[in-house]
Write a protein that binds this ligand. Structure first.
Ligand code: ZN
Length: 495
């Protein structure tokens, strides 16, 4: 059961509890009114006094003598009419509750969570006699029945690097321009790509919707059911570190949680002020899904592949920023620490944790991109072990555990043939908890491999290089001409 399902379970349980409390209150009220009316009739007949009846009622109910309205006219009389009032309040609050349930169920159904939507509707007050709730159930049941299973081994996976916010700064002719032009995508391009994919019927799914990693380490295919015409795809973004070298080049500074609890970016403006907005993939997708909930299957969004050496999500969380170990500090890190004498490592880690938690609650997942952005085989086995330990100690400790490894440089630990226990890299990485592996393969629409204890998927880069040199390879996803940012210099340098 994932977090979302738990929330729905809790909502349903809460509704049931509220309904139970409401029913109990109404029953108690009916008993009270009956007792009061009984006493009223009896006392009224015997003494002709309403006040006396009230006194007797209070006496019966509390077992004490309390001043009646006759004794103190300032004490308000609680009349049985108030019982009728609460009845009316219960009726209108039940109506409000039904409206809310219908809205929540519609949102769940829009994200293809028909089972949960139906369960929620059935938990609504007076479901058995409410045609609105019943009609909604019938409609969602019909939508659910019309869904078809999409072959999980035909699911494409696309990825981006940090998006360019200010093209004038990224493409300013400095030494980094060529690299940005090749592997980065601008916000304008990204927005076009995402809305084009949405129009074509693409729906974001999680790698964990494709497979189930079981307690015993085995990995099983899962089923993804969608309405006809919808195409599931996986979205990822690499290196959301906001590396030191990118400062001043037109990229966001970091991710933050704003005062409304939403994940946003900060951006350093020319005048030194800091603005908050949707300046990179995470908040852009969050905003898009708010408008188009049916773009996120079960509310699941993308996976963020993190390195560790300069921290995560724009926070300088790596241990070197704390230990300041001379032989490990890079020139960038030394300059950063010098420029920020008030740097507080604990606060930095707390900030990153807050963002990671908020992202996970919004449907994002995290993956290892290796700590040092390494190619394991080229780096060697022992170095890979050391690198993996650093990732677990410096990154997993901040963003939480993950079973996904998204290789850097599009590397892999094997050719296309299945991973086996003979492969020491796979044996070790699997032991460290990694069961889902992604490389880069832009040559095919999709590439998915299932082993008994892993799933592997190829990813397609949607960047300047691919758009410029192979636009036809992207036709199933979007039209490059429409997405192309005129601010991007051409030709995109060859690799
Ligand atoms: Zn990378």
């Amino acid at each position: 059961m994932d977090a979302k399902e738990r929330i729905i379970e809790q909502r349903i349980a809460k509704r049931r509890k509220n309904a139970l409390i409401m029913r109990t209150l109404i029953a108690v009220m009916i008993v009270l009114i009956t007792v009061f009316v009984g006493i009223l009739i009896y006392t009224g007949v015997t003494s002709g006094s309403f006040a006396r009846a009230w006194e007797d009622f209070v006496h019966v109910m509390t077992g004490t003598d309390v001043p009646g309205p006759e004794a103190d006219p300032n004490v308000p009389v609680v009349s049985p009419v108030e019982g009728a009032d609460s009845g009316m309040t219960a009726a209108s609050s039940a109506e409000e509750e039904i409206t809310q349930i219908l809205a929540e169920a519609a949102h769940l159904a829009a994200q293809y969570e028909y089972t949960e939507a139906i369960a929620l509707l059935k938990s609504g007050p007076g479901y058995n006699t409410n045609p609105q709730l019943q009609n909604a159930v019938a409609s969602f049941q019909a939508q659910k029945d019309a869904c078809i299973a999409f072959p999980v081994d035909q699911i494409p996976h696309v990825f981006f690097h940090t998006l360019v916010k200010d093209t004038a700064k990224a493409f300013d002719g400095d030494a980094n321009e060529a690299g940005y032009n090749q592997v980065m995508t601008t916000i304008t391009e990204f927005n076009s790509i995402i809305s084009q994919m949405y129009e074509k019927g693409y729906v974001m799914v999680s790698l964990h919707d494709m497979c189930e990693v079981r307690e015993d380490g085995t990995v099983a295919r899962k089923e993804i059911r969608l309405p006809e015409g919808k195409i599931p795809f996986v979205l990822s973004q690499d290196d959301v570190s906001y590396y030191h070298y990118m400062v001043g080049d037109g990229f966001a500074q970091k991710l933050i949680v704003d005062e409304n609890g939403k994940v946003k970016n900060t951006y350093l403006e020319d005048d030194g002020s800091i603005s908050v907005g949707n300046y990179d993939m995470v908040p852009l997708i969050d905003a898009f899904v708010e408008e188009h909930p049916d773009f996120a299957y079960h509310g699941h969004k993308g996976v963020i592949a993190l390195t560790g050496y300069e921290g995560v999500l724009g926070y300088r969380t790596d241990e070197v920023y704390k230990t300041r170990q001379e032989d490990r500090l890079t020139a960038y890190q030394r300059a950063f620490l010098e420029a920020n004498p008030d740097f507080d490592w604990e606060a930095e880690v707390a900030g990153a944790k807050e963002v990671a938690e908020a992202m996970k609650a919004e449907g994002w997942e995290f993956a290892s991109h290796t700590w040092g952005h390494i190619n394991p085989v080229a780096y060697g086995y022992d170095a890979t072990v050391k690198d993996t330990q650093r990732w677990l100690e410096n990154v997993a400790s901040v963003v939480g555990d993950t079973d996904i490894l998204i290789f850097a440089f599009g590397a892999d630990i094997n050719d296309w043939t299945p991973y086996t226990q003979e492969n020491e890299f796979f044996r070790y990485l699997k032991e460290q908890g990694f069961s889902i592996y992604c490389n880069v393969d832009g040559s095919q629409k999709y590439w998915v491999q299932f082993g008994s204890d892993y799933m592997r998927q190829g990813r397609r880069n949607l960047d300047g290089y691919r758009m410029y040199y192979n636009p036809q390879m992207l036709e199933d996803l979007f039209d490059v001409e429409q997405a192309w940012d005129a601010a991007r210099p051409t030709p995109v340098p060859e690799m």
